[in-house]
Ligand binder design. Structure first.
Ligand SMILES: NC(=O)c1ccc[n+]([C@@H]2O[C@H](COP(=O)([O-])OP(=O)(O)OC[C@H]3O[C@@H](n4cnc5c(N)ncnc54)[C@H](O)[C@@H]3O)[C@@H](O)[C@H]2O)c1
Ligand SMILES: [Zn+2]
Length: 398
């Protein structure tokens, strides 16, 4: 046997800025100038833009053109941006992967070039996948433009599209050259989508960071109003905690079965699906977290006080804790419970569910008692079935 150790060191960086395509903003230019080393030529760069973003910001393309002109000595944009539809549908359309490859091929983009993606998490996953598979991996820069992607998915190291009807079935792990969070883009989002990212921040605070949870409690009024400064504070900390998990958690490429950042997600994914995507990801995660918080309390893992506090914060920032789809049955069986097996399949290996044991603390369990789960769903219906989002009352069912 011949063995050699290969050690690679990566810098994972997320930069916060505003007006990324203002010619006076040095962020992208500096990122690319540093990467070009001593070379004197502009670095070939393909920019892929989410059509939903371009529609919400009709002046975006014009700004990009002015920006490209101002920095043409460093960034060699290969023509106009490639505009592609965003949203989950783009990850179901393999022809879009080929369209990105086509441009990479036609523009002569190579491993010394860059692909930049600006858009929601779905467009970033699609473009990252196309970039990291072409020529065995072209450097890519992510510009997430939703609250969800700026504080959560967009700052990660995963790319992928859906295949065989399964989410993220084909994809890559690749550390982006950089992630740039331009907070100005968030102003363009409709309120439910601006709110969606808050739930991922509550999620990560519940499993990892009591002080973020308390900050969010103190700011819950401003968060409910979607005030910019409050959003910015939680996105920053949420992004930081995600990066800590990737860089310091010991499993950046997810070889193990544990996925703590998927707390509350096993039922959320199923809820999104059985609601026919009436519920957005954030709304489904809010309910999914409520399910697992009440479950943990019923098992004696979480105190009534902490359960109440967590549910209160979720509602105070504007999320409902119930959906009628929760209790749909087929052949007498709760459909939502199938989410457990699908989650196990998705992670591979042993079923691993993260449960909160106190604000900022979590454990992993490897089975869920479906009788208790069924009681939890009934409890959610009784406590929150007809309630609007707002503070949680103390009424409980036995
Ligand atoms: N790679 C990862 O680690 C990871 C982690 C979590 C989630 N994800 C993925 O992220 C995706 C969800 O991302 P998302 O929540 O950002 O939503 P999204 O990408 O589905 O975008 C939602 C909609 O908003 C539009 N849009 C984007 N930016 C906008 C803006 N600033 N103003 C107005 N409209 C805008 C898009 O065109 C789209 O129609 C899912 O596919 C999920 O699987 C990936
Ligand atoms: Zn999520």
């Amino acid at each position: 046997m011949i063995t050699r150790t290969i050690q690679l060191t990566y810098e994972h960086r997320v930069i916060f800025t505003r007006s990324i395509f203002d010619p006076a903003n040095p962020v992208l230019r500096d990122l690319i100038a540093t990467a070009r080393g001593t070379g004197r030529h502009p670095v070939k760069t393909l920019l892929v833009v989410d059509q939903g973003l371009a529609t919400a910001d009709p002046l975006l393309e014009e700004r990009i053109a002015r920006y490209a002109e101002a920095h043409r000595e460093v960034i060699g944009f290969t023509g106009a941006p490639l505009l592609l539809p965003g949203g989950e549908a783009c990850k179901n359309d393999w022809s879009l992967v080929e369209r990105i490859w086509q441009r990479i091929h036609a523009d002569g983009i190579c491993r010394h070039s860059f692909v930049i993606a600006a858009g929601g998490g779905a467009l970033l996953d699609l473009t990252g996948f196309a970039a990291t598979t072409a020529h065995r991996g072209i450097r890519h820069i992510r510009l997430p433009t939703t609250t969800l992607s700026q504080g959560d998915g967009g700052v990660g190291v995963k790319n992928g599209v859906n295949y065989f009807g399964k989410k993220n079935w084909v994809g890559t792990f690749a550390i982006p050259h950089a992630v740039v969070n331009d907070l100005d883009f968030l102003r363009l989002l409709p309120p439910p989508q601006r709110r969606a990212g808050i739930i991922e921040a509550i999620k990560v605070s519940l499993i990892r960071d009591r002080s973020l949870f308390e900050t969010m409690e103190a700011m819950s009024g401003s968060l409910a109003q979607l005030e910019e400064q409050a959003l910015e504070t939680v996105i920053r900390r949420s992004a930081e905690l995600h990066m800590n998990h990737i860089a310091l958690g010991g499993d950046p490429f997810e070889l193990g079965s544990a996925r703590p950042l998927d707390f509350g997600h096993w039922s959320a994914h199923k809820l999104e699906q059985i609601s026919g995507f009436r519920l957005g990801h954030g709304e489904a995660v809010a309910i999914g977290m409520a399910v697992d918080l009440i479950y943990a309390h019923r098992l004696g893992l979480l105190s009534a006080e902490d359960e109440q506090r967590a549910l209160s914060l979720i509602r105070a920032v504007g999320f409902d804790l119930h959906a009628p789809e929760l209790t749909i049955r087929q052949n007498g069986e709760l459909v939502i419970v199938r989410g457990l097996e699908e989650f196990r399949e998705h992670l591979g290996g042993e079923l691993t569910i993260t449960l909160v044991t106190g604000i900022g603390r979590a454990v992993e369990v490897h089975e869920m008692d479906t009788t208790v789960l069924s009681q939890v769903l009934d409890e959610l219906t009784v406590r929150f079935g007809s309630a609007q989002a707002g503070p949680v009352s103390a009424s409980r069912v036995a």
